[in-house]
Design a protein around this ligand. Structure first.
Ligand code: FAD
Length: 583
């Protein structure tokens, strides 16, 4: 597996001045080059630290027995202990609390190693760190950090993120678990949670509602009234403990409250925004493995007196996988680099990365499966296990369609606030329609759409940069038209939202690829694409072409589509309770 050439500047040198969101800028027709150029390539001291952590993870993971973990239904306390000794259970935790103190890019780079070896171990590590320890790391006071982080960083204790309930999945705002504030400042917690990774472990960040809004409370194993189980049996991730968690009058001390009363929902969402990035890189690692397994199989298996790899349709699948990995890797580490550079508003970028990773990872796995023929269908094959493990990624930590809607509505909201004539109309305001303003807008759209071109790209990408500017213009125009046409009802127009989100995501990933390749060419010189089919320029160009076509399709779909038929068929399917036609 190749070492990704990425990391970020050391935290101490980060400029913390608030920076705008690149993705929101796209909806406004802006290309905020300073946020994405130059690419956050590895440098100096941080590179050495990341490389050391990667080497340590690889060294340990070479001994990890995925099948033993699967059979015993848990990755193993010994594994957690060993990873803890290497501080790989506290990768982003500050050194003063016993962690490695890695940047977001560094942490995510190591998570790629976990994803390469085993989806389940990657999830267990992600639950403990990306979403379990993260709330404390981001929102804990010094006292709270000193109390819990050292054990968590060392793997002596494991953390859980406790949000989902039987009646509450994607709609996480409407929690039913209730926290009642007591006279002494403590909280009395009642409710039930389900599908909680590490739910039976040690330090649980529990999200609940209360009279003063949502709260995030640290609940510790052993507290009176806390019980777990029975454990869920799952399709994949069988070595991940997935638990029911019950709270019956659990008294949580005042000092276990994270943030302020009322901050709970914000803490949950910020944690997930942060956590989604490591899913992007863990899946990148998995995809690299799928590709390697496929190349190995296709190079050794013969049919029709030829190796499979010598058939064009097999080769095309391998090339597709390589290009998608390149795109995803570029996007994932651009997003983590932004976080390390102090960009505060990265929720759209992390959502786009998550969707891209989980969808592309699944499609790559499907191709790898196809190349392996029946062999991958055998239960003990690594791809069979990956198929079970990876299917959850488009669903958890923000289901992909919910993320698409989130991206589009955030972009549209930013745009609506930027339009002087409709500034006072908030998307959530009832009763006012943007549609009334349509005639004025048509002229305005034509006048304003001249976005700045992406600055700092290598000359090899001049054509792509030009076309990218066109895509950004088109996105802005399409977003504005959608706002004007549908008004407040845009919130219900999910097919429009989906297309806008896909366009923004496609533009973002092209920017990431141009940025990454430009930085690599500046560092190493431009590769001669004629000399090697695998040269970086070739794969970058190929990714850009493919994605440009996809963006074009989505943009056209905004104008010419079969949405009316979709709605009609959907209605009759709904009425009939299934397939409505008789032969
Ligand atoms: C293996 C596993 C591990 C998990 N680990 C944890 C954990 O550690 N902690 C935790 O708190 N939770 C955890 N979860 C829960 C997980 O986060 C939820 O499954 C996820 O949030 C989706 O909720 P849901 O499954 O109830 O689906 P629902 O919310 O019921 O949604 C089902 C589907 O409906 C569609 N949908 C829903 N809303 C919309 C919308 N607004 N627009 C369009 N489509 C929509 C989407 O296609 C979605 O996939 C885990 C789940 C699993 C299976």
């Amino acid at each position: 597996m190749s070492t990704a050439q990425v990391t970020s500047p050391a935290t101490s040198t980060v400029d913390r001045t608030p920076k705008p969101s690149f993705a929101k800028g796209l909806f406004l027709g802006q290309t905020l080059s300073d946020l994405v150029m130059p690419y956050p390539l590895v440098a100096g001291e941080e590179r050495a630290r990341v490389d050391a952590a990667v080497a340590s993870a690889r060294d340990y993971l070479s001994t990890f027995d995925v099948w033993k973990a699967e059979e015993q239904g848990w990755v193993g306390d010994d594994v957690i202990r060993d990873l803890g000794e290497r501080k790989l259970t506290g990768m982003f935790v500050d050194e003063q609390y016993g962690g490695l103190g890695l940047s977001q890019s560094g942490y995510c780079r190591v998570m790629e190693e976990f994803g390469y070896v085993d989806g389940t171990l990657a999830v267990v590590m992600g639950v403990h760190q990306s979403i379990g320890t993260k709330p404390l790391y981001l929102f804990g006071t010094d006292d709270q950090k000193a109390r819990w982080l050292p054990d968590l960083a060392a793997g002596r204790k494991l953390a859980a993120f406790v949000l989902t309930e039987p009646n509450v999945g994607s709609d996480a705002y409407n929690l039913e678990t209730w926290a009642e504030r007591q006279a002494d400042g403590s909280w009395l917690l009642n409710g039930e949670k389900r599908w909680i990774g590490n739910g039976d472990k040690d330090v649980l960040t529990v999200f609940a509602r209360s009279d003063v809004g949502h709260v995030a409370l640290i609940v510790e194993k052993g507290m009176d009234g806390l019980s777990t189980g029975p454990r869920f049996e799952t399709l994949g991730l069988r070595a991940n403990h997935l638990q029911r968690v019950h709270f019956k009058n659990v008294r949580v001390p005042a000092e276990n409250l994270l943030g302020e009363p009322g901050d709970g929902f914000r803490i949950a969402m910020n944690t997930l925004n942060n956590g989604r990035m490591s899913m992007g890189t863990a899946i990148t690692g998995g995809m690299k493995r799928f590709l390697e397994l496929s190349v190995e199989h296709a190079s050794t298996r013969k049919q029709f007196d030829r190796h499979l790899i010598d058939f064009e349709m097999v080769e095309e699948k391998l090339a597709w996988m390589a290009a998608q990995i390149y795109g995803l890797e570029s996007t994932s580490y651009l997003t983590t680099g932004m976080v390390d550079a102090g960009v505060a508003d990265f929720s759209m970028e992390s959502a786009m990365t998550k969707v891209e990773a989980s969808d592309r990872g699944w499609f790559a796995l499907n191709r790898a499966f196809q190349i392996h023929g029946g062999e991958a269908y055998m239960n003990r094959h690594p791809l069979a296990k990956a198929l079970r493990d990876f299917r959850i990624f488009p669903i958890f930590e923000g289901s992909n369609d919910v993320m698409r809607a989130y991206v589009a509505l955030n972009g549209l909201k930013a745009l609506s606030e930027d339009l002087p004539d409709v500034k006072s109309i908030k998307l959530s305001d009832p009763g006012r329609a943007f549609g009334e303003l349509a005639p004025y807008v048509q002229g305005r759209i034509n006048r304003t759409l001249r976005p700045e071109r992406l600055r700092g790209a290598h000359p090899a990408f001049a054509g792509s940069v030009g076309r990218l500017a066109g895509q950004v213009s088109h996105l802005r125009a399409a977003a504005e038209s959608a706002l004007r046409q549908h008004g407040k009802k845009i919130q219900e127009k999910q097919l429009v939202q989906k297309r806008l989100a896909e366009v923004a995501s496609g533009i973002y990933s092209q920017v990431a690829v141009i940025s990454r390749a430009s930085a690599v060419f500046a560092r190493d010189g431009e590769p001669n694409s004629a000399a090697s089919a695998a040269a970086e320029k070739t794969v970058a160009m190929n990714y850009l072409k493919k994605t440009e076509r996809e963006v074009g399709r989505e943009l056209r779909g905004l104008e010419v589509n079969d949405d009316k038929y979709v709605a009609l068929i959907g209605r009759s399917v709904r009425d009939k309770g299934g397939y409505p036609f008789q032969l």
